[in-house]
Design a protein around this ligand. Sequence first.
Ligand code: ADP
Ligand code: MG
Length: 241
Amino acid sequence: MTTSCHLLDSAAQRAAAESWSYTHFLGYLLEAELAQRHRKRVELNLQFAKFPVIKRFEDFQFDQQPSVDRRLIDELATGRFLSEGRSVVLLGPPGVGKTHLATALGVRTAELGHRVYFTTAIELAHKLTKAVDANRLHRDLNTLTQPKLLIIDEVGYLSFDPVQGSLLFQVICKRYQRQQPICLTSNKAFSDWGKVFADDPVMASAALDRLLHRSTVINITGESYRLREKKRANKSKNADH
Ligand code: ADP
Ligand code: MG
């Protein structure tokens, strides 16, 4: 109740001056208290998430990326997918905004008051391989079911060995069983996921089955945003000469 304590004197003065009712006075203090608690929670959620960079939907130029359905993103931004246990898969070549949108989804989740954790596929595989060695896989897998949303970025950039493949599979299974959403990005089409799972097409299709059972898939096409920006910059530089 620290916020209410701080506000108490000034609120009491205002209440007297403006003849507030008791309920209005209490509502004023409680609202301030709740807002402050929410801000703190969001701050902690953002720290916990380990986003490489904070990105928001507001920074995404949808007109530069016509293959992304704005309405679909707006719907995801409501956070309904979280309670529905719906996963989100962002596919596309490098530079088209997959990590940006995955991060924005995570930031929104944090702002809605939920825990979220961002990791890359290879980071996750390394972490879990270490957990196997230290005999604490069970514990670490359980930890990955704590956040409301788990973001696994860059699935398929580097191929997994069989152990790493099975570890990623276990993460997907565990969260699926509990209807907990995953947001995953990949540069590989689903048909190439056998390679992601160490040339094990059975495991790949079992993983996809679970991931896609309740999901929104966003296929982004087109050229890298960075390259386009560069080309645009060069063009305007040349035009100046
Ligand atoms: P990917 O993960 O698909 O390789 P990123 O999300 O890392 O691509 O995007 C590369 C860079 O370009 C990032 O800095 C990102 O913020 C920016 N970017 C990509 N697409 C857009 C867009 N449509 N509007 C604004 N910035 C974008
Ligand atoms: Mg990326």
